[in-house]
Design a protein. Structure first.
Length: 175
């Protein structure tokens, strides 16, 4: 069941859209913002509110790569795998990121539920390859050290200081 706040946010999107179908991406985003992802139940509730079938809404939801139809971590990391990033040590950095997060591949979430790693065809930062995005923040010119720092900063920001390791505090240097 949609909350009052979700209904208000969806209604706001409907007011500024020519049709309910045109408001569907906004509605999905509004519900995802409060729940973290779009479950089948949420999809059905949104579809009913917009006078659409769940199948119609699901076709819209699955078109957008930032609408999540399965649970994700508190932070979603999109790692760019474009040609520019690929030739700038993408595989090396991907392996480092997998090790840092303690996961074995794309689509997985860390055991603490903090990060989910997903591929991205292009982040539009070819001049700063390799690049990744955490939530809505873009990071370019990645190195092993910068990846460690970024992940650690998000852990610290979320209050998980016990798993964060600053490269400065541990004396690690970029290799």
């Amino acid at each position: 069941m949609l909350t009052q706040e979700e209904r208000a946010a969806i209604s706001e999107g409907c007011d500024s859209s020519p049709s309910a179908r045109a408001a569907a991406p906004h509605a999905l985003g509004a519900v995802q913002a409060s729940r973290g992802w779009i479950s089948d139940e949420s999809l059905s509730d949104i579809a009913e509110f917009l006078h659409m079938t769940p199948a119609e809404l699901d076709s819209i939801a699955t078109f957008y790569n930032r609408i999540y139809r399965s649970p994700v971590g508190r932070h979603v990391i999109l790692l760019c795998d474009s040609v520019s990033c690929w030739i700038m040590d993408y595989e090396y950095l991907l392996n480092h990121l997998l090790t840092k997060l303690g996961i074995s591949g794309f689509g997985e979430t860390t055991k603490d539920g903090m990060f989910t790693l997903l591929p991205s065809a292009c982040l539009g930062a070819c001049d700063h390859a390799p690049a990744m995005m955490v939530d809505r923040e873009l990071f370019g010119d990645l190195t092993r050290q910068s990846i460690d720092t970024i992940i650690d900063q998000y852990r610290i920001k979320d209050g998980d200081r016990r798993t964060a390791q600053s490269p400065l505090a541990t004396g690690r240097k970029e290799q």
